[in-house]
Design a protein around this ligand. Sequence first.
Ligand code: ATP
Length: 306
Amino acid sequence: LMQLSIPLNFIGFVYREIRQGLTDIEQMFDLLEVQAEVVDCPGARELAIDKGAIVFKDVHFAYDPARPILKGISFEVPAGKTVAVVGPSGAGKSTLSRLLYRFYDVQQGSITIDGQDVRSLTQKSLRAAIGMVPQDTVLFNDTIAYNIRYGRTSASQAEVEAAADIAQIGTFIETLPEGYDAMVGERGLKLSGGEKQRVAIARTVLKSPPILILDEATSALDTRTEQEIQAALDIVSRNRTTLVIAHRLSTVIQADEIIVLKDGVIAERGTHGELIDRDGLYASMWSRQREATQAAEQLKKVQDED
Ligand code: ATP
């Protein structure tokens, strides 16, 4: 038993170290799995960004060869535009963003940025050009200012506060007794999902990348939080090439194009208005979600009256 308990202790130690050291999803992927999956090719080049146009061309991908997830996906995110991907849970929406960020490589087809195949680039230059607002941001056990400044460590306090204001979290921080010096993370103040997402947005504002990936939180947010996050995202994505992985349809209305994924293929595509007129999958997802929202609001009203 002694022999067994030492490695177990060691695993526990490593696990705790990893958890403490993790700053965000980017590093989490680097540490836990992706280093083995994807490496720079010999002679990999730095990404030379022109305008930041993204092209997915006939992309095929499976985590497990027996279960293809993407079966020939083609679409473009023109420079400075916003494309939203929607579809049933498990359709492969987040997988598209992981392939763009190169956590994994496509198995057929290609993804290019300004004509450069992401597989030919250094991961460092690729990730420097892309800001990722993940579903769930892991925070440092440090001050909230430190957590925001992580987007650009050279940022001044004034820049940190400006970024927090753009991300609609500045007012909240000012209500904390210790303000920007408040400790957050596992051993500090626990922030809600919506607050954490706004910290991630503030980081991205400081990083100011030409390309953005927004992976919306799946968890339900109250209407006001959702509106605040939406306002923050609208500002951040302006004039940036943006891929939105949308779980709540309310965020996609403004998108330049909506891609509806189902069973590994693009089932429908178009603007919100076009897809509503088409009266297909998107229109039915839309009306179901609206009914669910109305039911939740009705329930809340009844509860508030009690
Ligand atoms: P949701 O809306 O629920 O977040 P999604 O459309 O974003 O779903 P993905 O996260 O892209 O879906 O996952 C697509 C499919 O791939 C799912 O069935 C999921 O179980 C599977 N999958 C995701 N990540 C992995 C992984 N690392 N290894 C194996 N299978 C995975």
